[in-house]
Ligand binder design. Structure first.
Ligand SMILES: [Zn+2]
Length: 285
């Protein structure tokens, strides 16, 4: 692609008439553009650059795992600028088309998000100095629900009030849907009261990617310690068929963090991080 562009630009400089160049561009578009992956590039950055969707770029190249992208790989860019546009106005046409398509993206049909507020009812989860984990979980979960609905995602809540729901029931709710992801919301606690930070557990390959997307947003937006993503053997993760994650937003056993976690500001930011992480994941899968 870059080599082609170089040749084309050269022709432009030599022969400004444009007829010759238009012919060359025609050949170029008939052949289909390619892109050689460079360091630090991602499907997202490449798709954005060429004005195509990540989904289209990945399917064109028969790839389903974004992590399998490597430096030096040649990607075929799915068809975009039509030859008629190129003929009439050869210069700058690529850039214009790219900007226009980028605005409509992502356009894929949305998956359902199962939002699971951890614990509830007789199971209050962690309890430290009057702060009940189950209460924090539902507050964040409701904000996540609102954020997702505003972005057009269908949402199913495993609970909406302070009621007890078994772990298997939570998985059952998620397993009703084919195209879904499962996000369980929790707050952490440990007897080691100095420990603080956010961490995200996952099950499955897609779950791992979803966990990474959410975790990086939390660390950036909440400015909490990054405890990373880990494979979790929690019942709700193991029993759920769709990509599943369990988010631990912060430690209520740590005095400073507990005070923060208990504020509406922190809960809103935590919810926004989760929503932003899901959106990032949506651009790839
Ligand atoms: Zn919990």
């Amino acid at each position: 692609m870059l080599l082609y562009q170089g040749v084309i630009m050269g022709i432009f400089k030599i022969k400004r008439g444009g007829v010759f160049a238009a012919l060359l561009l025609l050949c170029h578009s008939a052949l289909g553009a390619t892109h050689t992956v460079k360091a630090k590039e991602t499907f997202y950055s490449i798709a954005k650059r060429h004005g195509v969707s990540v989904a289209a770029l990945m399917s064109q190249n028969g790839m389903s795992d974004p992590r399998k992208l490597y430096v030096g790989k040649r990607l075929v860019i799915p068809g975009k600028a039509s030859t008629s546009q190129v003929k009439t106005k050869p210069k700058g046409v690529h850039r214009k088309v790219a900007a226009k398509t980028a605005r409509y993206y992502p356009s894929s049909s949305k998956f359902r998000v199962i939002v699971d507020a951890g614990h509830g009812g007789r199971d209050m989860g962690a309890y430290w100095y009057g702060v009940r984990e189950s209460n924090l979980n539902i507050k964040v979960a409701r904000k996540v629900e609102a954020g997702l609905r505003a972005r057009g995602y269908p949402v199913t809540m495993t609970r909406r009030s302070d009621v007890f729901i078994s772990l298997s029931r939570r998985s059952q709710i998620a397993n009703r849907y084919r195209n879904a992801i499962f996000v369980s919301i929790h707050f952490n606690a440990t007897k080691h009261t100095r420990v603080s930070g956010a961490e995200t557990y996952y099950a499955g390959r897609k779950g791992r990617y979803l966990a990474k997307c959410i975790q990086s947003q939390m660390v950036r937006r909440l400015r909490v310690k990054n405890r990373g993503v880990r494979r979790g053997r929690y019942a709700v993760l193991v029993g759920t068929r769709c990509p599943a994650v369990l988010v631990e937003c912060g430690f209520i056993s740590n005095t400073r963090e507990r005070r923060r976690c208990n504020t509406a500001r922190f809960q809103t930011d935590a919810a926004r991080s989760i929503v932003a992480g899901i959106e990032r994941y949506d651009r790839v899968y």
